[in-house]
Design a protein around this ligand. Structure first.
Ligand SMILES: Cc1cc2nc3c(=O)[nH]c(=O)nc-3n(C[C@H](O)[C@H](O)[C@H](O)COP(=O)(O)OP(=O)(O)OC[C@H]3O[C@@H](n4cnc5c(N)ncnc54)[C@H](O)[C@@H]3O)c2cc1C
Ligand code: SF4
Length: 543
């Protein structure tokens, strides 16, 4: 987003990218059948979510370790390709709401942002118009309306979910995904092939290479340097950033790009790593870290899942219910925390249906009620019988930053290029654990209301109610939080480093709180706002 906004404003931009070039419009396997591959879509070490998935990277990358303090369970997803995780993300594109920017004022926990929803609203509007998303106008207090394309209709199983939610008074509305259902800015509308995770050849969903970087390249002002692993931000004696040193991964050689302004957007935690590794005699704690808060206040979304077997859905009439590559409806947070034993909310994502079978399809069929064993024709008949009869729910909630969740440089470990790596510390608190317990109670109520039964045992206190380890929901934020006080924050309200005037952070690093929303729409709105600020300051000669 920064490269797009800045080149459009007339700046020359060099984009340093650790992975290879990749454009969905050219490289996606959107139209491939699983049987066309000998692996039938099975995950590979390079592509952890499946062979066809538009993703290079994963929780483990050879030659690029990270470490965990004793007792810490934390997994760090890293993308290594142009456009990062926006190639294969879920495209759930939610704005933070007015309450999300001032949580401390509302419940006394965490911190308020130094900006409000109204400061960011014009940028959310611009992101909506530029990229496009579908959704519905609901006028909910903390789930702001956007500039939406019409949403697709619910699928059969989603209609059942909607009926059950209505009976239980759980708010259930059309989902909000950055997939266009009407032509926009030269891109055609979605044709409902359901393969968004593979990247979209027709460019009907959002991925940053095809939607943002291609137009930026057309300005003639963008240079992309692929396979370039940034090592540190270089500064001069006056403390200004002068460029970025990187390793050319194809030759192993050290290189440098000189720049008048440096914008960090390597993902929240990698940006913190770069700041730590840009230590110098002038900045002994790492760059932009005079407050000592780089790497602190990191959060991830809380998460846990449950699936239900729904007898009403067995022996379904074969029909095409592909739709978009993602859910057509979801449940935003609908309750009042004052009446609950935990702070902050969660939303529920819905899955199920009759997606295209590939490797691992309906694994564990013997576990379906009444399925038993089976071979040959009998087994095939069972697959047809049960196909589409599972509905799943994923709770995704807000973690409150705490002092036990942070990252730092591990003094003993380096990666394959000799660059020091991050060490993570992580502890959930009772707030999050009680929240996921509530998620499971809701999932169970919904599944029973649909006439179904749980597919596996409901987790209890022995497993902290099934809360996913930190990092597993892949929404990590913080580590360079913004604030109005240079003593307690890394960047100011414009995402400009307090200590280094010409250094900006344009990823999830500046987030002050997590919200119960997926973060990427807010990352992009903030990045656009920061880029406008840079342009304005350049014009005024203030940078
Ligand atoms: C499977 C999945 C589903 C998701 N679903 C959603 C969703 O539905 N909604 C939502 O809001 N969010 C979702 N997310 C999260 C979302 O993808 C991230 O919030 C978003 O991509 C973060 O953007 P970013 O640019 O900060 O980081 P990234 O997308 O990770 O991009 C970082 C880029 O920097 C490059 N890089 C990293 N380190 C270096 C270095 N040292 N030198 C040079 N380049 C470097 C990487 O190669 C990459 O291109 C999902 C993520 C995953 C993995
Ligand atoms: S479902 Fe729509 S947006 Fe997604 S890959 Fe298919 S055509 Fe593209």
């Amino acid at each position: 987003m920064a490269a797009h906004t800045l080149t459009k404003a007339g700046a020359n931009v060099a984009l340093i990218e650790a992975g290879p070039l990749w454009y969905a419009t050219e490289n996606s396997s959107m139209l491939q059948w699983a049987y066309q591959s000998p692996r039938r879509g099975r995950a590979t070490p390079e592509s952890e979510f499946g062979e066809f998935d538009a993703s290079f990277g994963g929780f483990e990358i050879e030659g690029e370790p990270y470490t965990r303090a004793p007792g810490t369970k934390f997994d760090w997803w890293r993308s290594r390709m142009l456009g990062g995780r926006t190639n294969h993300w879920g495209r759930i594109s939610l704005r933070f709401g007015p309450y999300d920017f001032r949580r401390k004022s509302l419940d006394g926990l965490g911190d308020d942002w130094p900006i409000t929803y109204d400061d960011l609203k014009p940028y959310y509007d611009r992101v909506d118009r530029l990229i496009g998303l579908f959704g519905s106008m609901e006028n909910l207090p903390n789930e702001p309306n956007g500039i939406f394309h019409p949403p697709p209709k619910p699928r059969c199983y989603e209609l059942l979910v909607k009926q059950a939610s209505d009976r239980l008074n759980v708010t259930c509305i059309p989902s909000r995904l950055s997939i266009i259902t009407r032509p926009l800015n030269g891109r055609p509308a979605c044709h409902y092939c359901g393969q968004c995770y593979r990247g979209c050849r027709t460019n009907s969903n959002f991925s940053s290479p095809a939607v943002l970087l291609k137009p930026a390249l057309q300005t003639g002002k963008l240079t992309i340097i692929p396979n370039a692993m940034a090592r540190e931000i270089v500064t001069d004696a006056s403390g200004r950033a002068t460029g970025v040193a990187y390793i050319d991964k194809t030759t192993g050689q050290d290189q440098m790009v000189r720049a008048r302004i440096v914008v960090l957007a390597a993902s929240a935690l990698e940006s913190a790593r770069l700041l730590f590794n840009s230590r110098s005699s002038r900045f002994p704690q790492g760059l932009a870290n005079s407050s000592g808060t780089v790497g602190k206040y990191i959060t991830d979304t809380t998460g846990t899942d449950m699936a239900g077997f729904i007898p009403k859905l067995v022996d379904g009439i074969p029909h095409n219910e592909d739709g978009v590559g993602g859910m057509h409806l979801y449940m935003p947070w609908w309750l009042d925390n004052k009446k609950l034993d935990f702070p902050r909310g969660y939303h529920i994502e819905v899955w199920g249906g009759r997606g295209m079978p590939s490797y691992g399809f309906m694994g564990g069929i013997q576990g379906f009620p009444g399925a038993g064993g089976g071979y040959g024709k009998d087994l095939k008949q069972k697959y047809r019988h049960y196909y589409g009869s599972v509905v799943g729910f994923s709770g995704r909630g807000e973690q409150i930053p705490n002092d036990d969740c942070y990252c730092e440089i591990d003094p003993d470990t380096v990666d394959q290029w000799g660059i020091p790596v991050l060490r993570f510390h992580w502890k959930w608190t009772d707030h999050e654990i009680k929240q996921v317990k509530h998620m499971h109670d809701t999932f169970e109520a919904l599944i029973h209301e649909m006439g179904g039964s749980l597919m596996w045992k409901k987790p209890g206190p022995e497993s902290d109610y099934g809360i996913a380890p930190g990092g597993r929901i892949i929404h990590e934020l913080g580590a360079a939080r913004m604030g109005s006080d240079a003593r307690t924050s890394v960047v100011n309200p414009n995402c400009q480093a307090w200590d280094v005037k010409n250094l900006f952070v344009a990823d999830g690093g500046p987030f002050v709180s997590q919200a119960d929303k997926n973060p990427t729409w807010t990352i992009m709105a903030l990045s656009m706002r920061t880029s406008d600020y840079i342009t304005d300051q350049m014009k005024k000669g203030a940078l």
